[in-house]
Design a binder for this molecule. Sequence first.
Ligand code: GDP
Ligand code: IMO
Ligand code: MG
Length: 436
Amino acid sequence: MPIIGVVGVQWGDEGKGKIIDMLAADADIVARFAGGNNAGHTVVFEGKKFVLHLVPSGALNPNTKNVIGNGVVVDPEHLFKEIRELESAGIELRDRLFISSRAHVIFPVHRELDISAEKWKGAGRLGTTGRGIGPTYADKAARTGLRICDLLDRDHLARRLRALLTEKNENLARVYGRPVIDIENAIDSAREYGEKLKPFVHDTGALLRAANARGERIVLEGAQGAMLDLDHGTYPFVTSSSTCAGGFAAGTGLPPRALTKLLGVAKAYSTRVGEGPFVTEQNNETGAKIRERGREFGATTGRPRRCGWFDAVAVRYACEISGVDELSLMCLDVLSTFEKINICTGYRLGSQSYREFPAALAVLDGVEPVFETMNGFDQDLRNCRKYEDLPKNAQTYVEAVESMIKVPIVKISIGPDRSEIITRAEVVSRAGRTQR
Ligand code: GDP
Ligand code: IMO
Ligand code: MG
């Protein structure tokens, strides 16, 4: 039975939440494998909008179980706030939310260090979400971090957290000139969270492997996007986890070969929140118009998103890294009313041209995009339900993107709501795959 992975193939915020929510209607389990509450995944239906940060996007389908895998970093304070908010909207998560005992814990000190490090970097800051993601993954790699299971063992917790905070306090006081953390208070608070977490904590790797053996349908929910991947993204302007498909096995405990299909999600243009190279950025009226039409403001921090044209060099690279089988192209409606639409087909720096995504920041900062210009379309797309309903120029645009990234575009999203989606039947049958 299928295990379907869903990953963003740009800089995050591609519309993964909408696609995962749709797939969740037919899934037994939705499992997050990386990132933390730096993510903001939006789902809109029946006039209601939900933004999920740490809780997987299967939450809005009452019959779907939701797993926070071992690769995720969990801020207990945030988690309980999110659970409360969902519960007050009538979404019950008891017995439906399973948190890995191996997931690492974000403590308040990690948030403090994230924000302090950003200030310290000044103009060289990354523009993080300030959620403590980087410092928590750094402690995980340094083997000084605490896992959820550590919160459940009172004595062990006290020993590990005391050791961690003693070192962090030095850092806070001496490097950043910040007030130190009261270690005994922090231990008490962590013990309380341990008690509250208990009913949710499981060996989620074992749970997922057993569900897979029973033939249950599992959706693996990617967070962020390929260009924010710690290894493959625009380092150092990246997040601290593996956001590409390669991260799912390490982040869930399912074997790599369990994956049966990989779906990529991309917007019909590009956005980026935070600092770092963005070759097709339109820091002008075009970018402002995309931002206004697409309501491009961060779902987590509310920051205006930087906007630009579709970058086929970056998306093709991202699709290759993850082995994307099929792509969902989101927010095509946002491009209507543009007289001309550009697609970036290559990068140029002096006499040198690049078809592969460059690694060096100096190159990425210096290259110019090579654009292919397409005719735009005027019509409002939001009532289109079949591919043939789309204006001819919109179809030509979709097909141009498809041929540049070399992945079939099977779904086209034309509005935020669950219902605003087009399935391209003929592509699906050509690909010989079944689609919802
Ligand atoms: P995610 O992080 O990948 O889940 O994406 P976000 O939720 O951060 O950002 C995507 C934004 O686009 C959200 O506000 C969605 O409601 C919205 N959205 C998704 N699909 C469409 C679409 O086809 N058209 C428009 N106009 N908005 C969309
Ligand atoms: P979703 O899952 C967009 C960006 C931040 C910053 C960089 C590092 O909603 O697509 P971090 O706090 O992770 O250390 O910040 O990564 N970033 C995202 N941008 N969507 C996201 O998640 C993001 N998660 C992190 O803005 O540039
Ligand atoms: Mg988002």
